[in-house]
Ligand binder design. Structure first.
Ligand code: FAD
Ligand code: NAD
Length: 466
């Protein structure tokens, strides 16, 4: 039998790579990780989820201070510079890196710092910062190289006023007005963050609605609240060209409009990190967006090579990456895996936040599946009133006959947390998935979770025979 350096060798130490390596090590396999950043954690920890969420948290605290009546006893409302808000993120990144580095050390997972590319299906060449190339062999290889912001060729990202979601974390001043091109998840989250800091924002969306994959009612609510925060949302607009100078940026749209600002944040799409991997050497090819195709076991067409996380495209979430990494490592040991498809919840950290799981009203109607709706408004919950977080609602879509839950959509404080209560019930088999759970179970009071009881009663009251 051929002997390799590792049983499982993972490229990338983001959520997907980390969980693949840990799962292999926990099952007594020899595992190694190759990472081209000097620290572990991936794009998630250094440029994506963690810094953006830490920044958002700082901005939310500021917004609470500025809008809370009690705080007026302490002083006037204030603004803080963008770099100050951003500085809190670096502390969180440090803690994350420290914690994650220990995971590798404690589980005897070797970490190789350098850029990996394939030599053949069992060998990777790792180019270290000093130019030395190390060759490492493995029985199975997991590609978890993540993604980076998509950069169109005609936008000059070297210009000091032009940013993408990676470089926006290096912005050293507070623009008075920022143009955000691309109203996907990243664009909407950053639009909330900037407007929370008192910065004027123009959010340019090429579609008819914001985040069209959301339930229509939630998308409309997001649009309303962004406008309410002062964000100018422009729909059905497309980029034509950009002029950037020392005094500002001017974005020319195909409609003929010219929008001016102090800076531009371009966040229209991402590209999988596959270009430097020398995929030809292992008979693999990425698509136009740099994504790899995998089967339900996260296995590529080269049987000992797996791919997980952003590099395989949708849903491109840290949350999903953790599950996929674990599944791929299990599959490589011949274990049955779970392919995460329908049950991946969305968690969108706009202000207020959004979360959903299951079908939307539109999907159910298109599929001719009858449903009924139960709603609870946070303004009607005691906890919402006490905390002052009274914007938002919870909406449950359910089958009027069996009372099975078909979809849950939430907008408002703690939406990303409380969605999991409904998800747990929705995932029960057979009669376990029932709206009745929420009226036959005692909920702590006062809580945001109480919204489930209110929404369930609201929905059941709509049924004639209930
Ligand atoms: C601004 C922003 C906010 C986000 N917010 C959320 C959120 O709130 N919730 C959520 O679930 N998701 C969020 N995401 C998405 C989330 O960050 C990604 O889905 C996640 O990081 C993907 O994990 P990954 O392991 O696939 O890759 P990554 O985290 O990108 O890690 C891959 C690592 O591999 C390294 N690498 C690449 N090529 C090589 C090579 N050849 N050799 C060695 N190393 C290599 C990369 O440098 C990187 O460090 C956000 C993303 C962005 C950009
Ligand atoms: N809270 C969260 O869960 C969270 C937060 C931020 C980002 N994210 C993830 O980050 C990803 C990126 O989000 P986004 O806001 O940049 O936009 P997006 O992926 O929603 O796409 C925005 C637009 O860019 C286009 N596009 C995407 N990739 C392209 C490419 N390579 N070339 C050309 N066009 C391309 C898309 O078709 C779309 O029109 C999402 O998949 C999202 O899951 C998640």
């Amino acid at each position: 039998m051929t002997s390799y350096d590792y049983d499982v060798l993972v490229i990338g130490s983001g959520p997907a790579g980390e969980s693949a390596a840990l799962n292999a090590a926990k099952h007594h396999q020899r595992a190694g990780v190759i990472e081209d950043r000097s620290m572990v954690g991936g794009g998630c920890t250094h440029r994506g989820t963690i810094p953006s969420k830490a920044l958002r948290h700082a901005v939310k605290q500021l917004m609470r201070f500025n809008t809370g009546r009690l705080f007026r006893e302490i002083g006037h409302s204030r603004q803080i510079p963008y770099p100050t808000a951003l500085s809190v993120a670096s502390g969180v990144i440090e803690k994350q890196v420290e914690m994650r580095s220990k995971f590798y050390a404690r589980n005897n997972i070797d970490l190789h710092i350098g850029q990996a590319c394939f030599v053949n299906e069992h060998t990777l060449a790792v180019r270290q910062a000093d130019g030395i190339i190390e060759k490492i062999t493995a029985g199975d290889i997991v590609i978890a190289t993540g993604s980076r912001p998509y950069r169109p060729a005609d936008v000059d990202f070297d210009h000091p006023r032009v940013y993408d979601s990676d470089t926006i974390l290096d912005l050293k001043n507070t623009p008075r007005k920022i143009l955000v091109y691309g109203a996907g998840v990243i664009g909407c989250e950053y639009a909330s963050i900037f407007s929370g800091l008192g910065i004027k924002v123009e959010l340019i969306n090429s579609f008819d609605y914001l985040l069209a994959f959301l339930d229509d009612e939630i998308s409309v609510a997001l649009n309303y609240h962004l406008r309410d925060m002062g964000v100018m949302v422009r729909h059905r607009e497309e980029y034509d060209h950009l002029e950037a100078s020392s005094s500002g940026v001017e974005l020319h749209l195909k409609s003929g409009k010219r929008l001016r600002g102090d800076a531009l944040l371009w966040c229209n799409g991402r590209t999988g990190n596959t270009d430097g991997l020398n995929l030809e050497a292992v008979n693999l090819e990425a698509d136009q967006r740099g994504h790899l195709q995998v089967n339900r076991n996260y296995q590529t067409s080269t049987p000992n090579i797996y791919a997980v996380g952003d590099v395989i495209g949708w849903p491109s979430l840290a949350s999903a990456g953790y599950d996929q990494g674990r599944s791929a490592a299990a599959a490589s040991r011949g274990k049955e895996t779970v392919r995460y498809v329908d049950d991946v919840p969305t968690g969108i950290y706009t202000i207020p936040e959004i979360s959903s799981v299951g079908k939307t009203e539109r999907e159910l109607t298109d599929a001719k599946i009858p449903f009924e709706v139960g709603r609870a408004f946070f303004k009607d919950t005691a906890r919402g009133q006490i905390s002052g977080e009274d914007v938002g609602m919870l909406k449950i879509l359910f089958c009027p006959d069996s009372l099975a839950i078909l979809g849950i959509h939430c907008f408002g404080a703690e939406a990303t947390e409380i969605i999991h209560i409904g998800q747990a019930i929705m995932n029960q088999k057979g009669e376990g998935n029932t709206l009745k759970y929420f009226i036959t179970t005692t909920f702590n009071y006062p809580t945001m979770a109480e919204a489930y009881r209110i929404a369930a009663h609201n929905g059941l009251n709509r049924l004639n025979d209930y």
